[in-house]
Structures are given as structure tokens and as C-alpha cells.
Design a protein around this ligand. Structure first.
Ligand code: GLU
Length: 282
């Protein structure tokens, strides 16, 4: 299969140096392999996505010298695909509705008998308050969660994945212990948004025939959840490459609000794509 990778920003703010590093790393890998580099617009959160940010991010990527096939995939066009995947998991008996607020979850997870709450790739590991609610009781205010214990039991064997990034290169097998205690009952759909990121990303990567997922090391643990969802849905397993993170001077990961690191700011200050590459160590 042709090496195919993607860069999947959310159009909710300016692209910063970390995004430039991610996009350039993915595109360089695709070029080296004679493969394809795709752009995907991750605009699940319609309350925050803006057409202006999308136009600006495309302008920044083009300025960096990147090209991609148009029209690019946009998550907001694919609600039906995510709903179908959610329905499949529901029909397998693996999902349940949940109306706990973040505050409910934090309180239940930090109850004295629970010890310190564990934070996984889907946030605080869910303490299971709504786990016995039938899916038929789901209403518009509910999120839908994956029942992790049932999901594990539904697979004859737990799968693994190949990682080629610098920090965790090698084969990684999913374990019931990590899935249950490090991730827990992840949210697959949110009341206000439909599909949640973890479900949408596996559906999108399969639909786009992504062979290599290239993204930041902050998402390495999320890959265990993504690989599990792929196995449950019968989707192919891409190879993962989690690259180092670009940090600010204090060592913190850059976030969208760090406008000082926005690519647009460097462009305005006279940077060239080449000078930005060398700043990033590429
Ligand atoms: N929209 C996601 C992000 O910006 C994409 C993550 C991924 O590449 O899977 O974090």
C-alpha cells in the first residue's frame, strides 16, 4: 500500500511552531517514501471551529512549502460515518450513556477509597458511575462511553501496534491492565458534539487509508485506545510515529493560545520557510 500520512489540525486558533514541526515531519516522511501527505480538518467541535482559522492554517502550510490534495476531508462532513461506528459498538453491547459532569467525575474519582485519580489519554479514568445504564436509556444530554471491560472481553486477543517514533520505537501490545486502569471507559460521543475525537480519528484514518499516523508524543498513549477501537470495528492498523514535542523556553508544550509562537508571527517578522525549518531542527 502507498505510504499515506496526514496532518489533522483543528481550525480553532493559529498554527504554531509545534504544528509546523508536525506537518513538516509528516510531509518529509511521505516524500522520502514516495508517498502521500493529506490534510484533514478536525472540526468536530463546531462551537470553536472557524472558517478564518482554516483559511489561515492552509495559508501557513502552503507558505511552509506543503501541498495536499483538495478537497481535504473535513470531520463535520462525516457525522454519519461516526454514527455508524457508534451504532456498531452499541450493537455489540459495548457502550452505555453517561450524564456525569466533569465535576461529578473528579469528585467520584478522588473519593478517599479511590486514591489519587488517574489521568489517561481520555482524561480522568472514569469511575464507572453510569456503567449499568442501558443504552436504550440514552437521551440528548448523554455522552456515550465505551465499557472497557466488555470491549476487552469481546476480542479473542488484544492487538498491538508498531511505533517508529524516537521515544517509544518498537512493538506495543495492548494489555487489559493498562486499558482498564490507565484509560478506562473512554467517551466515544459527546452530548453537544456527536463523535468524540478518539472515535472520529480511527474512522477517519481508515477512510483515508492512512498507513502511517505521524503526530506528537503527547498522543502516544491515545494510540492504545485507537488500536483497540480499530480492532473492535475491524479497521486496519496503521503504523504510528509520535515525534518529539516542540516546547517553549520554560519547557511547556506549546498550545494554540501561545500566539507569540504562531507561524504567522514568524512570517510577519521576516522568517523564511528555511529559517523556520532550521529553528525546528529539521
Ligand atoms: N486534531 C487532532 C489534534 O490536533 C489530531 C490528532 C491526531 O493527529 O490524531 O490534536
Amino acid at each position: 500500500m502507498t505510504f499515506t500520512t496526514r496532518f489533522a489540525p483543528s481550525p480553532t486558533g493559529p498554527l504554531h511552531l509545534g504544528h509546523a514541526f508536525s506537518a513538516l515531519t509528516a510531509a518529509d516522511m511521505a516524500r522520502a517514501e514516495g508517498g502521500r501527505f493529506l490534510l484533514r480538518i478536525d472540526d468536530l467541535d463546531q462551537s470553536r471551529a472557524r472558517a478564518e482559522w482554516e483559511a489561515q492554517l492552509k495559508g501557513d502550510l502552503a507558505w511552509l512549502g506543503l501541498t495536499w490534495p483538495e478537497p481535504c476531508r473535513r470531520q463535520s462532513d462525516h457525522a454519519a460515518d461516526y454514527a455508524a461506528a457508534l451504532k456498531t459498538l452499541g450493537a455489540m453491547g459495548l457502550t452505555y450513556p453517561c450524564n456525569c459532569s466533569r465535576r461529578d467525575i473528579a469528585a467520584a474519582a478522588s473519593a478517599p477509597q479511590e486514591g489519587a485519580p488517574l489521568i489517561g489519554p481520555d482524561g480522568v479514568v472514569y469511575p464507572g458511575t453510569c456503567r449499568n445504564r442501558p443504552l436504550s436509556s440514552a437521551g440528548p444530554q448523554d455522552a456515550i462511553r465505551l465499557d472497557m471491560a466488555k470491549a476487552i472481553a469481546a476480542l479473542p486477543n488484544l492487538p498491538g501496534f508498531t511505533e517508529t517514533g524516537p521515544e517509544h520505537a518498537g512493538q506495543h501490545l495492548l494489555t487489559a491492565d493498562y486499558l482498564l486502569n490507565g484509560i478506562g471507559d473512554a467517551v466515544l460521543a459527546r452530548a453537544s458534539m456527536g463523535a468524540a475525537y478518539h472515535l472520529a480519528v480511527v474512522v477517519d484514518d481508515a477512510a483515508q487509508q492512512i498507513t502511517h499516523v505521524v503526530r506528537g508524543a503527547d498522543l502516544f498513549t491515545a494510540s492504545f485506545l485507537h488500536r483497540l477501537l480499530q480492532a473492535l470495528l475491524g479497521l486496519p492498523a496503521p503504523i504510528y510515529h509520535h515525534h518529539r514535542l516542540i516546547r517553549d523556553d520554560s519547557g511547556k508544550r506549546l498550545a494554540k493560545r501561545d500566539d507569540a509562537r504562531a507561524i504567522a508571527r514568524y512570517r510577519d517578522d521576516g522568517a523564511t520557510p528555511e529559517s523556520l525549518r532550521s529553528l525546528l531542527g529539521l
